[in-house]
Design a protein around this ligand. Structure first.
Ligand code: GDP
Ligand code: IMO
Ligand code: MG
Length: 428
């Protein structure tokens, strides 16, 4: 089963880091294919906690080669500092491979991300302010900078000057900010050449050859289906393709080489930033989920909005991703509830919708229709097999499986690497 794509099925922070780390231990490569340091993936190994932003979670498995694919946008200062922090904690980062085609996040795009949000006022997206949107926009506008440009100083200078021609007008005339000097940006980027060059590869060739040789390659998404620029709750989305198809465009590995798609989904729902969220709770239940699930962003520290499990979102995410397996995470957080509400459909202006409404306007008006499942009071953190789970928790998992579009192959019962109930082997 050599090529597996792992994605988020909700609005991010489902526990992709933990799942990637678990599968990554049995993989030869772990590859990031979209997003950048807007992501925050947490891995807990033996009580040690690692927060990864740009580095693939496979970096923590000694036998595994971590790869940053062409679809990722890279802030070099963040990457350097993440590598330094991990190296000081004894993690070997020398195996990292970076695509020559990946785009760079120049400093002016961080500034533009933040000022654009300020100007949007109450129409803001609630971005992470990391320059993600402006950098993907530059890529599409064909004024982006790529890793390979670092190795040709003349080209780099021309490209920075070309981009700043437009951006300085925007910064000065629209946003009332100071113009940015070409040389300052070029110097900052060139200061990374020495350490980036040895890590740079034709990663598309490398990965296709690895698959030819029967190696196992795991593709790790940032963000999630509902934040996907094409299939999410546009415009309240990120600027990349976070669904499984993004693994192909974001790495150069074609669709017919992908064997499995694992979608990670929380036993309830969270969202950071703005945008519609039908099952969001504005009462003490929401606060209870936030406190019990420690729902604060890994990247920005913002509190995550919390709500019940949404099976309409689950079915949609299973469909657009072609999910073969679901990993249900944080079931342990629900312990202590008498009844657990699950959204099975939406009411949109008096009409029942079993599937995602066609328009954003309808989605904004969607009211959840709940079914109530029995809760349980037992601590789940020691459970390792399905039979270990209390009967009501088993019924909750089976009910979710029946309405979510794919089999639930693993269930998370704690943040630690081993705190997982395996129902079906994903790599087997
Ligand atoms: P990601 O962005 O999808 O990788 O998820 P985050 O790391 O942003 O957020 C998930 C959080 O839940 C992290 O703090 C994880 O350590 C934690 N976590 C993951 N799986 C479980 C689980 O099954 N139970 C509990 N209690 N925590 C989990
Ligand atoms: P992981 O990989 C949750 C959200 C932001 C904002 C929107 C656009 O940890 O699941 P951006 O900075 O990408 O332009 O912001 O997307 N967002 C995330 N929310 N988890 C993430 O990543 C996210 N990455 C971006 O909060 O609403
Ligand atoms: Mg996260």
């Amino acid at each position: 089963m050599p090529a597996i794509v792992l994605v988020g099925a909700q609005w991010g922070d489902e526990g992709k880091g933990k799942a990637t780390d678990a599968l990554g231990q049995h993989s030869d490569y772990v590859v990031k294919f979209n997003g950048g340091n807007n992501a925050g993936h947490t891995v807990v190994i033996g009580g040690e906690k690692y927060a990864l932003h740009l580095l693939p979670s496979g970096i923590l498995s000694p036998g595994c080669i971590p790869v940053i694919g062409n679809g990722v946008v890279i802030d070099l200062a963040v990457l350097r500092s993440e590598m330094d922090t991990l190296t000081s904690r004894g993690v070997d980062c020398s195996r990292l491979m970076i695509s020559a085609d990946a785009h760079l996040i120049p400093s002016y795009n961080r500034i533009l991300d933040k000022v654009a949000e300020r100007f949007l006022g109450n129409r803001r997206i609630g971005t992470t302010g990391r320059g993600i949107g402006p950098t993907y926009a530059d890529k599409m506008n064909r004024v982006g900078l790529r890793v390979q440009d670092l190795f040709d100083e003349n080209i780099l200078r021309q490209k920075v000057a070309g981009a700043l021609d437009q951006k300085n007008h925007l910064l000065v005339k629209v946003y009332n900010r100071r113009a940015i000097e070409v040389e300052q940006v070029v110097e900052e980027l060139l200061s990374a050449v020495e350490w980036v060059r040895p890590l740079t590869r034709d990663t598309g060739l490398e990965l296709n050859r690895a698959l030819d040789a029967g190696r196992t390659v795991l593709f790790e998404a940032g963000q999630a289906a509902m934040l996907d620029v094409d299939h999410g709750t546009y415009p309240f989305v990120t600027s990349s393709n976070a669904i499984s198809a993004g693994a192909c465009t974001g790495t150069g590995v074609p669709p017919n080489r992908i064997d499995r798609v694992v979608a990670v989904i929380k036993a309830y729902t969270t969202r950071v930033g703005e945008g519609p969220f039908p099952t969001e709770l504005h009462d003490e239940s929401g606060q209870w989920l936030q406190a019990k699930g420690h729902e604060f962003g890994v990247t920005t520290g913002r509190p995550r909005r919390c709500g019940w499990y949404d099976a309409v979102v689950a079915r949609y995410a299973s469909r657009v991703n072609g999910a073969t397996d679901l990993v249900l995470t944080k079931l342990d957080v629900l312990t202590g509830l008498e009844r657990v509400p699950v959204c099975v459909a939406y009411d949109v202006d008096g009409q029942r919708h079993e599937e995602m409404p066609m328009t954003q306007t309808d989605f904004h008006h969607a009211r959840p229709i709940y079914e109530y499942l029995d809760g349980w009071s037992e601590d789940l953190s020691g459970c390792r097999s399905f039979d270990d789970l209390p009967a009501a928790a088993q019924r909750y998992v089976l009910a979710l499986e029946g309405m979510s579009g794919a089999r639930i192959s693993a269930v998370g019962v704690g943040p630690g690497r081993d705190a997982t109930v395996i129902r079906h082997e994903i790599l087997g």
